[in-house]
Write a protein that binds this ligand. Structure first.
Ligand code: SIN
Ligand code: FE2
Length: 214
C-alpha cells in the first residue's frame, strides 16, 4: 500500500458521479518517483503530437507505456503494441505506475484494476483536450485512472451525451480522478492550460491515464 500514508497532504475522496471519484493529492507522496518514471518512458518513446483522423495536429503531446499504447493518425484512433515512431514495443509499464493505478482504482471502488496501457500526456500553456469519450478500448468494465502532475488544469466532466452539463474540477499536482461503471463513457476534457510555473515541473502539466485496452 505504497500510496497510503498516515500523514500526507491528501484530502478525502470526492464522489463526483455514480462510479466517478476525485482523489485529491492521492499521488502526491510519489511525485518525484512518478516524474523519474515518466522521464525514463519518454527517453525511449519521446513526446509527439498525433494527427487526428481529420488531419489536425493535437495540442497535447503524447507518449505511452504498457502492452499497448493509444495512437492517432489519418487512419483513426486505436491501440498499437508498437510505437509507430520507432517500430519498437512501447516501454513496459513501471511497477510503481501499475500499483498507483491499482490502488487509486481500489480507493474509488474498483478492486483489481490491471491496466495494460498508460497514456502520458504533456500540456504546455494553451494545450487543451476537447470533450471526448474514451471508447477505443475493447471492453468498458475496467475504469479509467487519471493522474495529474504539474500546473493546475480545469478538467471538464460531463455526461453520457456531448451536450450534457459539465462539472469543472480544478485539478492540481498529485490529484487522481477515477471514472468507471455507470460513468465509464462520460464525456470529459481539459480546458486550455494557463501559463504558470510549477516548482517541480516548470511550465507544464503531465497527465497519466491508465486503461485496460485489450
Ligand atoms: C484524457 O482524457 O486522456 C486525459 C485527461 C487529462 O489530461 O486529465
Ligand atoms: Fe480521455
Amino acid at each position: 500500500m505504497a500510496t497510503l500514508a498516515l500523514f500526507d497532504d491528501s484530502s478525502p475522496p470526492q464522489p463526483i458521479a455514480d462510479g466517478a471519484v476525485w482523489l485529491p493529492g492521492f499521488a502526491l507522496a510519489q511525485d518525484r518517483a512518478l516524474l523519474a518514471a515518466i522521464e525514463a518512458i519518454t527517453a525511449v518513446a519521446p513526446f509527439r503530437h498525433w494527427e487526428t483522423p481529420g488531419g489536425l495536429r493535437m495540442s497535447v503531446a503524447m507518449s505511452n507505456a504498457g502492452d499497448c499504447g493509444w495512437v492517432s493518425d489519418r487512419r483513426g484512433y486505436r491501440y498499437d503494441t508498437c510505437d509507430p515512431l520507432s517500430g519498437q514495443p512501447w516501454p513496459a509499464l513501471p511497477p510503481l505506475l501499475r500499483e498507483l493505478a491499482r490502488d487509486a482504482a481500489a480507493a474509488a471502488g474498483f478492486p483489481a484494476f490491471a491496466p495494460d496501457a498508460c497514456l502520458v500526456n504533456r500540456y504546455l500553456p494553451g494545450a487543451k483536450l476537447s470533450l471526448h469519450q474514451d471508447r477505443d478500448e475493447r471492453d468498458f468494465t475496467a475504469p479509467i485512472v487519471s493522474v495529474s502532475l504539474g500546473l493546475p488544469a480545469v478538467f471538464q466532466f460531463g455526461g453520457l451525451k456531448r451536450a450534457d452539463p459539465v462539472l469543472r474540477l480544478p485539478l492540481t499536482h498529485g490529484d487522481v480522478v477515477v471514472w468507471g461503471g455507470a460513468s465509464r463513457l462520460r464525456f470529459h476534457g481539459v480546458l486550455a492550460l494557463k501559463a504558470g510555473h510549477h516548482p517541480l515541473l516548470g511550465a507544464q502539466r503531465l497527465n497519466l491515464t491508465f486503461r485496460r485496452a485489450r
